[in-house]
Every structure is written in structure tokens, then in C-alpha cells.
Design a protein around this ligand. Structure first.
Ligand SMILES: Cc1cc2nc3c(=O)[nH]c(=O)nc-3n(C[C@H](O)[C@H](O)[C@H](O)COP(=O)(O)O)c2cc1C
Length: 183
């Protein structure tokens, strides 16, 4: 079993999501002592505070996956200059009931790919704002604002040569960040 278990949270439910492709590809650049598992957010109900005392099974499952993880990897699109509602919904669910948030102290990294030129910069900044409030220590540098181009992925889904060195560096810094927070 790998030493560091990472929960991957993808902010898109789309079948052919670029962000899911990026998540699947970047984890292959990680050191051997890391393993990654996607925490599904598509089956979470819309958050309703009335349900705090009896959270849905999918919410309990999601919270337990976050709780069990040593670190978090967010890979999200930008929707209307912020994060998609499904990602905000997941953040809210796992922060409640009051006093029972599972986010606190989980080291995190934030990545995103979009077809727009600013490559999810605004969405990532909004996400960082929420993560700061939730006491999630988040890797600051390097920032990774990835634009979806035809060359971003190879035919086999690996990261293309134009972005590989940068994303390898990103992963190196992320791994070091997680390890530092797990000491
Ligand atoms: C509701 C909606 C809002 C969007 N808003 C933005 C945006 O603010 N900035 C941007 O760069 N792209 C925006 N896009 C385009 C997304 O970058 C593009 O759909 C991308 O493929 C979504 O990520 P995915 O492939 O992982 O699903 C938007 C797309 C949708 C569906």
C-alpha cells in the first residue's frame, strides 16, 4: 500500500471532461509512494441544511473518503468565472454539520484546464478562497492554469510533450507539499 493516499476531486461531471483526463494523466507523474483515488461528487444531493442530522449515504461515503485521505487534489473547470456548482456543493457537504468538517488540515493542490486563455485562473482563485476558510493548506506555487489545446494529451491519454515538463515539476512540488504536511 502506498504511503500517501490522495483523494482526487474533479469539478466536472462531463463524460469527456478535459479535467478528468488531466487528473488521470497527472497522477502518472507522481512518485511511487503516492496513490490516487477519485472521490465521486456526481451522486451527492443538492446541499440542504435541513438534512445535516441525517446526511445521505453518498454524503457519508464522500466524507469518509476525504477523512481517510492524506491529501487532496482538486482538478476543476471554470464555469462563469468560478467553480462549477457541483464542486461547491461537495465542499459544502463535507464541511457540515457545523464542527464536523472533514477538510481541515488536508494538504491540497489545485489544477484546472479550460478552453479559455486564462485556463481556470478565476475558478482556482475562488476555490483557494474557500479552501483557506476550510483550513486546507493549499500549494501556492507553481500555479497551473492549463489551456485545452489539441496537443495537451497524447492519443493514449498521457500529457503531451509541450506541457509534460511543467506538470512534472508541479507534481514534484505537490508531492513535497503533501509530505511536509504529513510529517
Ligand atoms: C456553464 C459553463 C460555463 C463556462 N464558463 C467558462 C469560464 O468562465 N471560463 C472558461 O475558461 N471556460 C468556461 N466554460 C468552458 C469550459 O472551459 C469548457 O466547457 C471545459 O471543457 C469544461 O471542462 P471539462 O472539459 O472538464 O468538462 C464554461 C462552460 C460551461 C458549460
Amino acid at each position: 500500500m502506498s504511503k500517501y493516499q490522495i483523494a482526487v476531486i474533479v469539478g466536472s461531471l462531463r463524460q469527456e471532461s478535459f479535467n478528468r483526463q488531466l487528473a488521470n494523466a497527472i497522477v502518472k507523474l507522481a512518485p511511487d509512494e503516492f496513490s490516487f483515488k477519485q472521490a465521486e461528487i456526481g451522486d451527492l444531493p443538492l446541499y440542504n441544511q435541513d438534512d445535516d442530522a441525517q446526511q445521505a449515504e453518498s454524503v457519508k461515503r464522500f466524507k469518509s473518503e476525504i477523512l481517510a485521505a492524506d491529501g487532496l487534489l482538486f482538478v476543476t473547470p471554470e464555469y462563469n468565472r468560478s467553480v462549477p456548482g457541483v464542486l461547491k456543493n461537495a465542499l459544502d457537504h463535507a464541511s457540515r454539520p457545523y464542527g464536523e468538517s472533514v477538510w481541515k488540515d488536508k494538504p491540497a493542490g489545485v489544477l484546472g484546464v479550460s478552453i479559455g486563455a486564462i485556463g481556470t485562473a478565476m475558478a482556482q482563485q475562488h476555490l483557494r478562497n474557500m479552501l483557506a476558510y476550510l483550513d486546507v493548506p493549499t500549494l501556492g506555487q507553481p500555479e497551473a492554469f492549463i489551456q485545452a489545446t489539441d496537443e495537451l494529451f497524447e492519443a493514449d491519454g498521457q500529457i503531451g510533450s509541450g506541457s509534460k515538463d511543467f506538470l512534472q515539476l508541479w507534481m514534484k512540488q505537490y508531492a513535497a507539499w503533501v509530505k511536509r504536511h504529513c510529517e
